[in-house]
Structures are given as C-alpha cells and as structure tokens.
Design a protein around this ligand. Structure first.
Ligand code: GTP
Ligand code: MG
Length: 492
C-alpha cells in the first residue's frame, strides 16, 4: 500500500471514531428513506439547528459608510500590493509556470495604473436600470450635453441592471458597476421592490448613485408630485432622498391641432424636446463638488477587484498543494477504519479526527492553527456534518455502491473504510473552500462553514464520482490479490 502512516494521532484509537459511532447508529435506519427524503431532512435539520442555536449575535446596526478618502484608497492599494507580494513569494519555491509569472507582472502593472488613477481628472458615469426604461435614450443625450458643456472628460456607458449581481452575496461588493464613478439608476415611476433592493445594496456598498425617474411625460401634471413624493419617501429610508430627479429623455410625440383662420383644423405630429435640464444641473454640481471623492471611492473598489484577482490565483495554487494532502489523509483514514472497524466510540474523542489534516491545511492557507485549534475545528465540523444529516445520506449511497460489488462488501470494514475516506475528503475540501474566503482567522464562522460543507457534499453526490471514489478507496485498503476484482466494479 502506498500510504505511509505518518501521523500516529490519526491511527491511534481516536481517529475515525465519529464515523464509526455515527455509522453504527444510522446504518439501520437509513434504508427506509429515499434520497429525496434525506435531502429534505438535511435542509430541514440545518434550518432547525440554525434556529435553535443560541442567539448571541448583536442586533444589526445600520451601516454607516465612511466618506471616501485618499488614505482609504491608498490603503486598499497597499493591501493589494501585499496580496501580490504574498503570491509572488508562494510561487517562488514551486515550479512556476510562465503563465503565473505573466499574471504577476500584469497585477503589478495594475497597481501602477491605480496609483496614477488617484489623480485622475476624467470621470465615468454608468446608466443602469431594468430593461426598456430609457437607458440608451438618456445615454445618447448625456453624451452630447455633458461633453459640450464640460471641459473635463466624461465617459458615459449603459448597462442593464441584473438582480443577481446583489443576490450572490459573498462578492456582491464587486459587481459590474464597481469600476464607475457615478451610477444613474433609471426607473419609470414608483419603485418596484427589486429596484429598491438594488438601491439599498448600492448604498451599503458606498456606491454613489442618482435615481432618475424617466418617462415623466407619460403622467398627467397633477399625478407627478404625488409619485415624486412617494419615491422620495422610499429613498429617505436609505438616506438618499436628495438623489432623485425626474426627466423625459425621449418624450412621446404628440398630435398638435392648429385652428386656421379659415376655420379649418390642421393636424401635425410634433416631437417634444427632451426634458433633462434638472438632471444635467445636478450632474454638473455633483461632478464638480464630489469629483475627488468619487475618484478615491472608485480607486478603492478597483483595488479590491484586483486584489480578488490576485487572491484567486493564490487560492488556485494553494488548492493544488492542498489536494494531495487531503488524499493522503483519506487513505490513512480508510486504512485505519478498515483495519479496526470498531463501532460506538466516544463521540468526544472524535474531536481529534481530522485535527492534523486541519492543521496542515491551515498552514497552507497561512492560518497556522495549533493542534488544539485543529481539534476544536474538527469537532465543530463533525457536529455540523452530523446535524446536516450528511452522514446518513452518504452511508446509504456508499452502501448501495458497495453492495453492487459483493466481493468488496463482504470484506469486513469496507463500509467503514469508504465512509471514513469520504467524510475526510468532504471535510478537507470544505476547509479548502472555507480558508479561500476566510477573513478572520480567530473564529470559525459556523454558518458559512455549514453552507460550504453542504455545497461540497452535494457536488460529490454525483454517482460517477462516488463509484470511482469507492474503487479508489478499496484499491488502497484491500490486499493485493483482491484489487483486480475491485477494479472491475460495474459502472451501472
Ligand atoms: N414616453 C417616453 N418614452 C421614452 C422616454 N425615454 C425613452 N423612451 C422610450 O422607451 C423605449 C426604450 O428606450 P431605450 O432607450 O431603448 O431603453 P433602454 O433602457 O436602453 O432599453 P434596453 O436597452 O432594451 O433595456 C423606447 O421606445 C424609447 O423611445 C421618455 O422619456 N418618454
Ligand atoms: Mg438600451
């Protein structure tokens, strides 16, 4: 067997006991449930468990966005530089590809550009909003008006708003509107919920916007003040009531009747002029008074965008280093469970189950957990996996796969070995994802970790992955002469 048992802690009595205890307790009950039922239970148990947890979180405070400063932008650039330096340092030791070398020089070039951008004179405006609200019409007029009136260069772009930018919450702060200095969010009347959600999110991100109510010509004069007031009231809940303007970018043509002296009526179609003077006034004022702040805020966001690019490359490299380690622990776990399939061990002792794996992975991600901390996190993960109903579900699926090959199933300890390896893998891969997005190394965010574990688990539920996984585990634990039979597990 290729695995060297380097970590006695894993193979001494405590390793794997969680699995064995769990397997023992659930093995008999799962067969009656269908896969769907189990998934339902998983989802429900997460919900119940999250609800039942003690509510020690402080009440949410309203976010106060600090006014943009040059210092904040410089700090963001410095953080970016640190991430790039870290990346360069980590690839130094390894056989780095030419691509990574190029990536790093490109990132450094971006830092230079961002630093110069702190003094940028020209500004960029992005016009957004739902489909058909008049974005393109407004863009065309603004391009000609702003450019002829202003000496400074202003770039105007239009992009249709997509709600998913703010619903995938992790990285929502970085969205396709982030690189622009000012957002003109266009609507055609009272705000619908998704528009309000969009504006609330932009406010919490500190992204400067003006809400533009377009197509005012479609309303009667006495309707307009009421609607205007209603939108204003809604905006006041996010302290943005001063940022509302009404326009008609491309008013509908109107039929005009003229009474001639001879009593005849002459009808003609007239195209009213666009009504955007309020907006251009406001824009000129904002662009003049807030130019520097807008530039600093955008530079801060752009630095964050580039930092995430660098972080992605770094995470990719770390992942490549982490996977062989997870695999090694998988085989160690399988071998130990296979050799010693003792059921019902003390649940508390299981805290050590993946402690050393956790410590090793934390080192790759520069979190440097102590063995004590590794044990604690291992315990938390074990508890999470149990609460999520993941152990039941995987036992059921793995047993079915094993049963389809009678030779491996009769081998004592096979189910324990496969489950041990499988849960070690899910734990390891989950940690890799968790560390990749982790910001605070002192405490483990259980909710986040739970979601990641669920995601990793679902990804591995694909039948083909599990089949080949079972084959791999068995070929690691079975004696030589049995291996041939394992290789031929039916693929159905
Ligand atoms: N009545 C009226 N119609 C307008 C006004 N502004 C734009 N429209 C009309 O609204 C329709 C859509 O305008 P666009 O400028 O293409 O809107 P858009 O938001 O760019 O549309 P998409 O790119 O398809 O999302 C066109 O028929 C315009 O003539 C306005 O102020 N009043
Ligand atoms: Mg358009």
């Amino acid at each position: 067997m290729a695995v060297k048992l380097q970590r006695p802690i894993l193979v001494g009595g405590i390793g794997l006991s969680l699995l064995l205890w769990l397997l023992d307790s659930v093995q008999h009950s799962v067969t009656e449930f269908g896969g769907t039922t189990m998934l339902g239970i998983m989802a429900a148990s997460l919900g119940v468990w999250l609800l039942k947890r003690p509510k020690c979180l402080p009440p949410q405070k309203a976010t106060i966005i600090p006014s943009p400063t040059k210092e904040a932008a410089e700090k963001a650039i410095a953080t970016l530089t640190t991430t790039i330096d870290q990346l360069a340092l980590e690839v130094e030791g390894i056989n780095k590809s030419e691509k990574i070398g190029n990536d790093i020089s490109e990132l450094r070039q971006k830092v230079t550009t961002l630093t110069q951008e702190l003094e940028r004179e020209e500004l960029s405006i992005v016009i957004t909003g739902n489909q058909g609200v008049g974005k393109t019409a407004l863009t065309e007029i603004l391009k000609s008006e702003l450019i002829s009136e202003n000496s400074q260069k202003i770039e105007v772009t239009d992009i249709t708003w997509e709600s998913e930018w703010i619903t995938k919450n992790e990285d929502a702060k970085v969205n396709p509107l982030s690189p622009y200095d000012l957002i003109l969010f266009v609507t055609t009347g009272d705000l619908i919920d998704s528009e309000f959600q969009a504006l609330s999110k932009l406010t919490t991100f500190g992204q400067r916007f003006i809400l533009v109510w377009n197509k005012q010509d479609l309303y009667l004069p006495d309707q307009k003040p009421q609607i205007f007031q209603k939108i204003k009231d809604t905006l006041s809940t996010i302290n943005s009531e001063e940022n509302l303007l009404g326009i008609s970018a491309q008013p509908s043509s109107i039929k005009v009747r003229k009474y001639q002296e001879d009593g005849n009526i002459q009808e003609s179609i007239e195209q009213p002029l666009p009504e955007i003077s309020g907006l251009t006034e406001k824009l000129n004022q904002v662009l003049e008074q807030e130019r520097e702040k807008l530039v600093w805020a955008t530079t801060t966001r752009k630095a964050e965008i580039v930092r995430l690019e660098a972080k992605n490359i770094l995470n990719q490299i770390r992942r490549e280093r982490a996977i062989p380690i997870i695999e090694q622990y998988q085989w160690i776990a399988a071998a130990a469970a296979f050799a010693n399939p003792v059921p019902a061990l003390d649940l508390l002792a299981t805290a050590a189950i993946n402690a050393q794996l956790i410590v090793d992975l934390s080192a790759i991600y520069e979190q440097k957990f102590s063995l004590e901390k590794g044990k604690e996190v291992g315990g938390t993960m074990a508890e999470l996996m149990l609460k999520l109903g993941l152990v039941e579900l995987s036992t059921k699926t793995l047993t079915t796969i094993l049963k389809s090959n009678s030779v491996t199933f009769v081998a004592g300890g096979a189910i324990q070995a496969v489950s041990a390896a499988y849960l070690t893998r899910v734990a390891g891969m989950s940690l890799v994802e968790y560390f990749a997005v982790q910001t605070d190394s002192n405490s483990v965010n259980i909710e986040k970790l739970g979601k990641i574990i669920q995601g990793v688990f679902s990804k591995t539920q694909e039948n083909n992955f599990l089949k080949s996984f079972v084959t791999q585990v068995m070929s690691h634990v079975l004696p030589q002469e049995k291996k041939l039979e394992v290789v031929s597990i039916p693929t159905e």
